[in-house]
Design a protein around this ligand. Sequence first.
Ligand SMILES: OC[C@H]1O[C@H](O[C@H]2O[C@H](CO)[C@@H](O)[C@H](O)[C@H]2O)[C@H](O)[C@@H](O)[C@@H]1O
Length: 547
Amino acid sequence: MKSEIKNLPPPCDSPIWGYGPVLDTIQKAGIFSDSKTFVDLKLNHSEEKILENFKKLPDNPSHAVLLEFINENFCRNFHQEMTTWTPDDWVEEPEYLESIKDEKLLYIGRQINTKWLELSRKCSSELAKTPEKFSKIHLPYGFIIPGGRFREIYYWDSYWIICGLLISKMTATANGIIGNLLHQVDRFGHVPNGTRIYYMRRTQPPYLIPMMAKYIEKTTDLKFLAESIATMERELDFFETHRRIDYTWEGRRYTVFHFGSESSGPRPESYKEDLVEAQENFDTIEEQEECYMHKKAAAESGWDFSSRWYIDENGENKGPLINTKTCYIAPTDLNALMYQNYRFMARFHRMLGSEEKGRFYDGKSGDILRSLNELFWCSQEHMWFDIDMLNNKRRYYFYASNLFPLWAEAYEPFRAFHVAKCAVNYLHRSGALNHPGGIPASLEHTDQQWDYSVWAPLHHFIIYGLKKTGDEQAIKLAKKITKKFVQAILSNCTINALSTSFFEKYDPDNPGRPFDGGEYSVQVGFGWTNGVLVDFINQYGDDLTKP
Ligand SMILES: OC[C@H]1O[C@H](O[C@H]2O[C@H](CO)[C@@H](O)[C@H](O)[C@H]2O)[C@H](O)[C@@H](O)[C@@H]1O
């Protein structure tokens, strides 16, 4: 399998935020320590006027000249695009905390509840009236942002945020977030990576349908389901048209999904980083474009960046970062997620009275289950693994995502106890459980943020995946892993401190400490960590702090 670099469009159609001399010059000059700062600014004039003003600058403008240009043509006040907002359904003390006796657990539960307010946003009327002045995509309903530098909705983050909101009885807020995602599918045909136009030509793992499933489980709102079903099908069409391939393994053909991106050029929000790396390492434009494409595909996977996407000259997962070859890897988690999406769609259609459509989606889930059973599952190692489609081999490295099919229940029911035993065994023998701060994304030390780092969403699917098997040993282990993860976070919280920080990711060897690695500094907030903690407190209560 070899990817084709065709004449692709830029990451978005804006000559300021997607491509062109303004973006190129300002980002290359490194005016802002975080490249994302520039592409999040508001325009003071029309795009045409700004391009005209730029033409008037001298050749090779100095930092001072560029700063003056930015001050004249852009606005740094982020509050113009969004306003803070108090969701109507927010309550001071959510019901799920009523049974909590442990002082520290109660304290962090309350802290998180306050964080929902701090992270709540609505698009401003100015953004609605003059969308062409902002990189922010206008959304009809209020939403929750992850926090820190992430001041917009991120697609897959929203799943874990919604898990927390539904437990916090913020059902209307959850409905609004799902409504915003559906709105984007109606407008663009898919959900962009995040609600900024520079994220337009890539998406993130497709969690819209599981979000709907969570919401329906809580509310039985069949009217909302009926109104949304065609849009959810449209999202599946996007993945089937742009991310599905037929792949032959040992003479048999399989349907597989992979991550990708249909654009040329560096990521606008990390322009300098991508450009410097590509130009320093590759001579031809084609090779540089290929490098950008795999990096954008890694961003689409949500695992940006990680040795999970590295393929070196020996077909191993060794770096450096330029070995990122995401599009050539068939990921276990994406394929299991698509399986689950088809299963949910079959169920939704039956709930709405269409047996025929139910059967149609049963057929599709059956195809992916075959790929998961025969291609991704290794019967010697007793585990699922990603597939390197360039070298036609399984990637036998520990990645937390190997366990994802458990959460997606991507196995026949009669195999539940077997896969449970295999998973428990795998977690023990891999060494993944040997870290006081939690299970790392991988055991590789690359200094990328999705290697050797502890993430709440990964814990969430591992724990629920183990529990869903119904196997006693797996259920016990799930509880043990949850306790370790929550206790690590608690160990870094002081009761009655003015405010507690919840991080985007954690250090596996220093319980409760943020993980320091990757392209940007660790962020505080933090949407998915909060959502997962609420879910775990609700699930296990005071048992979480018992030794
Ligand atoms: O700016 C660099 C990258 O930042 C984002 O990725 C990380 O944060 C997201 C929000 O929490 C999260 O969804 C993702 O898994 C993280 O790796 C962004 O999504 C990337 O596209 C961007 O290049």
